[in-house]
Design a protein around this ligand. Structure first.
Ligand SMILES: [Zn+2]
Length: 251
């Protein structure tokens, strides 16, 4: 039920968000989080393509109480975006804004509502809008679902070349820094991680999620790698949008 005059929480820069998106309204949720819903107007440009898109969508953003440790769930409520994997809409109607690790990293680096929507949502809607207007597929890099897509996203986030290096890096993230630094560096430089510049690139991910989160991640990835190798999993041939901050075009 909508509350007429909700108290705007000071956290997450809520009032800045409502100033930036005045047609969105705030309502508290029972779980201690908030829900922001209404008309989301945006204007965004892709410097490389030289295109600017101004558009609007009916959006609902559910912000969990523990944001930025957990990521908001975003729904498009106006029915403009086809409910299909091709448009990165999940079965429950939520938008597939990117891989969990990428979204958590964005939330940790930009722990305000404005920061999160600018980095994760606007680039997504830019792509959708362009796709709807041109009838073409998403203009930005898309990751395939499944292990390969997940590892590709890690490679991209950390700046590594191979899936094997990405797995070693996730393993390192599941260890305490002190311990991980003593192990051989995932980048294959031959040094200990503690002596390689790679360790600095792992820090934003360490801020984004816990060691146990990365432990689950590596266990999940190892398991599905085995299942994929055994042919037990039907790999979805659909893409998972990997929105690049600031609308970088596909690399
Ligand atoms: Zn290294």
């Amino acid at each position: 039920m909508r509350v007429k005059h909700p108290i705007i929480p000071a956290q997450w820069g809520c009032s800045d968000f409502l100033e930036g998106y005045p047609e969105m309204a705030l309502e508290p949720t029972g779980s201690g989080g908030i829900r922001l819903s209404g008309l989301f107007r945006f204007s965004a440009s892709c410097p490389r393509e030289g295109t600017t898109i101004t558009d609007q969508f009916q959006i609902a953003i559910e912000v969990p109480r523990v944001f930025p440790r957990e990521i908001p769930v975003v729904f498009e409520t106006g029915g403009r975006i086809p409910r299909s994997p091709e448009f990165h809409v999940n079965a429950d109607g939520s938008l597939c804004l990117g891989s969990p690790v990428r979204l958590l990293t964005i939330a940790a680096t930009h722990p305000t509502l404005l920061g999160f929507v600018d980095q994760a949502l606007v680039s997504f809607l830019f792509s959708v809008s362009k796709s709807l207007n041109t009838g073409r597929h998403f203009p930005f890099g898309e990751l395939s679902h499944g292990t390969q897509g997940a590892l590709a996203d890690y490679r991209d986030l950390i700046g590594l070349k191979t899936a094997k290096q990405a797995k070693l890096a996730i393993r390192a993230l599941s260890h305490r820094k002190r311990i991980a630094n003593k192990h051989p560096c995932p980048c294959g430089c031959g040094m200990r991680l503690g002596r390689c510049g790679l360790r600095h690139r792992l820090n934003p991910l360490r801020k984004a999620a816990s060691r146990s989160w990365f432990l689950k991640e590596i266990q999940r990835i190892s398991l599905s790698t085995k299942q994929e190798a055994a042919g037990g999993i039907q790999e979805k041939a659909i893409g998972n949008n990997g929105p690049r901050p600031r609308f970088l075009c596909s690399q």
